[in-house]
Design a protein around this ligand. Structure first.
Ligand code: BG6
Length: 500
């Protein structure tokens, strides 16, 4: 294709690609020795957060898998990426991707999580997967864990609230770094770890003493103490993992991965109360990068722990380890922005540790994506997040996920026209470009779900993000064939021109 005039040109060597996760795409949930993991017992991580397929066995004194017969666990078969990755990666290469992000399923490598020896069949699968990416000109970007703690680590150890998890995790990291270090140079530790307080089951593998289907906020089911402990344990694991990574793969980069939409939270007005409530809400996202990227526990958090009497147990050397082993870059997802209004009696604002703000609509951001997504479309929010991270940490940034979920159907073999997706893509990229011009060191842009995958939040296929359509539906029907949507050609053109 002839090169077009490019107004928004991206830096030389910019990484263009897309991102998926093992648990939402691979399927083959019990193949080649794999055992169940966190999202295997949930239809969706938000929709099923309080009614997972788990039952308490009084005799054994622990939780066990007990799936509901009337629920469709679409992720068990996913889009069958496990068997079709060669064909799917070809399609990605067809858009000119020079990188591709996916995750390794921890339970394929250590099926129960607490074994000492890895499962060779699982290791072999990722050998082939990364080889295929490289042969197609795509640098693999790998998330070590994407909401998929092996189930046994949850039912037996109560996930990340237990310090033993650090050893299991490090055993896993040690194996995958040694095995794939020569092929994979970009890594991420925990996917959207700032969802720990909002979705402790998926993000931290923490099983509460009881589940309450009516519960609106997490504190009803979980104790603040166990979540604070899970935070500290994951933060120590993050630092240890970074340290090991730098020793084993010195020519690579390892980052953290944050749900950045929470950071794009604006005050409802210039009323100082709204401004302070927003400060508080945003702190709950910043705290994770303060620890992982700057190496410090923020003072507001320490005070909160003290006031509530919920300080996590720490061991000698933990704080020094965290201080000395910060991530090389910040990876984040961005989908939409939020508005916060002061409300002292209100609910916890999007997984905040404190009450004090509620979510209200933004009268200035009126464009909304259609059902089932319904989120405000705010391209400026992505620039806001990029600039804020740059000002605060001065580290390289990667947009690890951006995208829009639409309800789309194929008709009579006609190509799906998705102008809403194309506009979303273009508008967000223009804002990314402005941030780069302002000096933000943005290394790459990855579209979430460049091929339709199972939704993480609601476990549906109906919410499609892809440039490539997959014939699978909410009731589990569909022959899984792939077809190209119109947006595929637009993204291809943008990548070819290294800009818009
Ligand atoms: C991010 C997750 O939060 O958002 C992905 O890292 C997820 O796993 C994506 O799929 C989109 O959310 P959803 O719920 O629409 O799939």
């Amino acid at each position: 294709m002839a090169k077009k005039e490019v107004t928004y040109r991206f830096p030389e060597g910019f990484l263009w690609g897309g991102a998926i996760a093992a648990n939402q795409s691979e399927g083959a949930w019990l193949a080649d020795g794999k055992q169940p993991q966190a999202t295997d017992v949930m239809v969706g991580i938000t929709s099923d957060a309080h009614t997972p397929g788990l039952k308490y066995n009084e005799e054994k004194g622990q939780w066990e898998m007990a799936l509901y017969e009337d629920k469709v666990y679409l992720a068990h078969e996913g889009i069958d990426f496990y068997h079709r990755y060669k064909e799917d990666l070809q399609l990605m290469a067809g858009m000119g991707f020079n990188c591709f992000r996916t995750s390794i399923s921890w339970a394929r490598i250590f099926p129960d999580g607490d074994e000492t020896a890895p499962n060779e069949a699982g290791l072999k699968y990722y050998d082939d997967l990364f080889e295929t990416m490289l042969s197609l000109g795509m640098k693999p970007i790998v998330t070590i864990t994407h909401f998929d703690t092996p189930l046994r680590l949850m039912t037996r150890y109560n996930g990340w609230s237990n310090r033993q998890m650090i050893d299991f995790f490090m055993n896993y990291c040690n194996v995958i770094f040694r095995r794939y270090g020569s092929k994979v140079k970009y890594w991420l530790t925990f996917n959207e770890i700032n969802n720990l307080y909002r979705m402790p089951l998926a993000a931290g593998g923490v099983v509460p003493a009881r589940f309450d289907p009516q519960a609106k906020d997490f504190m009803v089911c979980y104790s603040e103490q166990e979540l604070n402990q899970a935070l500290h344990n994951t933060m120590v694991a993050n630092a240890k993992c970074v340290k090991l990574f730098h020793a084993l793969i010195p020519d690579g980069m390892i980052g953290c991965m944050i749900a950045g939409s929470h950071l794009a939270t604006y005050p409802a007005s210039c009323d100082p109360q709204d401004v302070l409530a927003t400060l508080d809400a945003r702190r709950n996202t910043f705290l994770f990068t303060d620890i992982m990227a700057a190496g410090v526990y923020p003072s507001f958090l320490r005070k909160l722990w003290k006031d509530h009497g919920t300080e996590p147990a720490m061991e000698d050397g933990d704080l020094e380890l965290i201080r000395d082993n910060t991530v090389d870059y910040i990876g984040f997802s961005y989908y939409f922005s939020n508005v916060c209004k002061a409300d002292p009696e209100g609910e916890f604002f999007e997984g905040s540790l404190t009450k004090g703000g509620k979510k209200v609509p933004n009268p200035y951001v009126t464009e909304k994506s259609p059902e089932p997504w319904k989120f405000p479309i705010d391209p400026k929010g992505i620039r806001y997040v990029l600039e804020e991270y740059t000002d605060r940490y001065h580290k390289p940034l990667f947009i690890m996920e951006n995208g829009i979920g639409l309800d789309e159907k194929e008709e009579d073999g006609q190509m799906i026209h998705d102008p809403v997706r194309v506009k979303f893509l273009e508008d967000h990229l223009k804002e990314v470009h402005k941030a780069i011009e302002d000096g933000c060191d943005v290394r790459g842009y990855l579209w979430w779900g460049p091929i339709d995958v199972v939704s993480s939040g609601t476990g549906e296929m109906r919410k499609r993000y892809g440039f490539v359509y997959v014939d699978r539906h909410n009731d589990g029907t569909g022959d899984l064939h792939r077809s190209i949507k119109e947006s595929y050609y637009r993204y291809k053109e943008i990548i070819e021109n290294n800009g818009l």
